[in-house]
Design a protein around this ligand. Structure first.
Ligand SMILES: [Zn+2]
Length: 445
């Protein structure tokens, strides 16, 4: 017995000795292979979280993270690579919380939504999504929440993998994969009833199918789930906007319960009325669009701390002529949306920036939504934070993205002018660093 103990002790000693030796060697190795230091000199810094901008700052980046942020007078170690953005305003990489990499616009003159599915093969769609991912990054959006692929299956997760392995450039992606709605609750539609048309989402009926769809999507890598709680919309005889509800509360609850068990969240497309109410009663984590919300629904969002992703911009695109039912609907949607957005600001709802790009062509500048938000009364700094630290909070990455602070991923962008003076400055992103790698630099001196 004692011999056994002895042998065991010896083995522990040896193992420890090896560990100590290899530990020392490793420390030495790390010192020699530590990633080089990059120092960004920022003329003005909007850090994504603070209430005000700071002038003349230094951002120290090592590897994929920010090491420290100091006053401009601090010493820069010899050998550090300096990126001089002293003539620019530096901000955290932006976050668009509502994109569709796999949509290529819905212009009726180009076949509308249906052409995306009926005319484009999957290779073409993947090529377009690859281009869209690059578009997002070059415009300074280093993170996107891509809220379903519109019939392109798990393509968003494939694009995310291609970016992660360095095959293509692109932002950090939170993918919602297929999306979920009910029978009668999504395109393609309007075809002969004998035809079995493909759908832009996974169709479910009943809580069992709803939960199964959630499980399948989560199993195949969904970071979020996207549920359509309303579908068709029109104007009734009194001129009021009506939207068709889709899932029942029971069906939605099955999805939310499943997602929350996986520690994931659920985004709900909801315009107004019954469908929006069911989205809130089923405890959606974020309301997408939310065109028309009653005071009681806004209060419920406050109480439940529901996120609001308004996506104002697409509702100003492709209006049908004013004397048609579609034209009346298009104008009614924009009108109620403006009122709701202003009420949401007053109620201090938790607002995140989302463009719905893809629904609009990817040639539209992704900064378009900043102008809409500020135009309707949002303070420029609040609008910027909706696309930085606020979105990071919704995505459960506070302090890691959407902020320029020690420990955060080095997602850093720059614009030549001050967006607090003119929000349109964000249209002209001249510098993009993503995870510590410079992707675009037209700014440094
Ligand atoms: Zn959308």
């Amino acid at each position: 017995m004692s011999r056994t103990i002895c042998r065991w002790s010896l083995r522990v000693f040896c193992t420890c000795a090896v560990l100590v030796c290899s530990g020392a060697a490793q420390a030495e190795n790390e010192a020699s292979t530590a990633p080089p230091l990059i120092v960004i000199r920022a003329g003005k810094l909007i850090d994504g979280a603070s209430a005000t901008a700071r002038s003349n700052q230094l951002v120290f980046v090592r590897g994929e993270r920010i090491e420290s942020v100091t006053d401009g007078a601090a010493a820069i170690p010899a050998g550090a690579k300096v990126i001089d953005l002293s003539g620019a305003t530096v901000l955290p990489g932006l976050i668009d919380s509502h994109t569709h990499l796999f949509l290529w616009g819905e212009d009726p003159a180009k076949g509308g939504y249906d052409a995306n599915i009926l005319n484009a093969g999957i290779a073409l769609r993947a090529a377009r999504a690859t281009s869209a991912a690059r578009r997002a990054l070059e415009q300074g959006f280093t993170t996107i929440r891509d809220v379903e692929t519109e019939g392109a299956g798990y393509g968003d997760i494939g694009i995310k993998q291609a970016i992660a392995e360095g095959t293509i450039p692109g932002p950090r992606i939170f993918g919602a994969t297929l999306g979920i709605s009910t029978t009668g609750g999504y395109n393609l539609e309007g075809y002969a009833p004998e035809l079995k048309m493909p759908k832009g989402v996974q169709i479910v009926d009943g809580p069992v199918e709803a939960r199964k769809a959630a499980r399948e999507q989560l199993d195949h890598g969904a970071d979020w789930l996207k549920v359509y709680m309303t579908h068709r919309s029109w104007v009734d005889k009194d001129g009021k906007l009506v939207s068709q509800p889709t899932l029942t509360v029971e069906e939605l609850e099955a999805i939310v319960d499943e997602a929350h068990g996986w520690k994931k969240k659920v985004a709900c497309h909801a315009y107004n009325g019954i469908g929006l109410q069911r989205a809130l009663d089923g405890r959606c984590d974020s309301i997408e669009h939310g065109l028309e919300m009653t005071d009681a629904q806004i209060r419920q969002m406050q109480q439940q701390e529901t996120w609001y992703c308004p996506t104002l911009s697409p509702y100003y695109e492709d209006w049908a002529s004013a004397d048609t039912p579609q034209g009346k609907r298009d104008r009614a949607r924009a009108a109620v949306h403006e009122t709701t957005f202003k009420k949401a600001l007053q109620a201090k709802l938790k607002i995140v920036y989302g463009t719905d790009i893809g629904g609009m062509p990817w040639t539209v500048p992704m900064a378009i939504e900043f102008k809409r938000m500020v135009g309707l009364g949002m303070a420029p700094m609040a609008a910027i934070q909706s696309a930085t630290s606020k979105a990071a909070e919704m995505l459960d990455m506070p302090g890691e993205i959407g902020v320029i602070a020690p420990g955060a991923y080095a997602d850093v962008i720059a614009v030549p002018a001050d967006p607090l003076q003119d929000i349109a400055a964000l249209d002209h992103v001249t510098f993009v660093m993503h995870d510590g790698s410079v992707f675009k630099n037209e700014a440094s001196r």
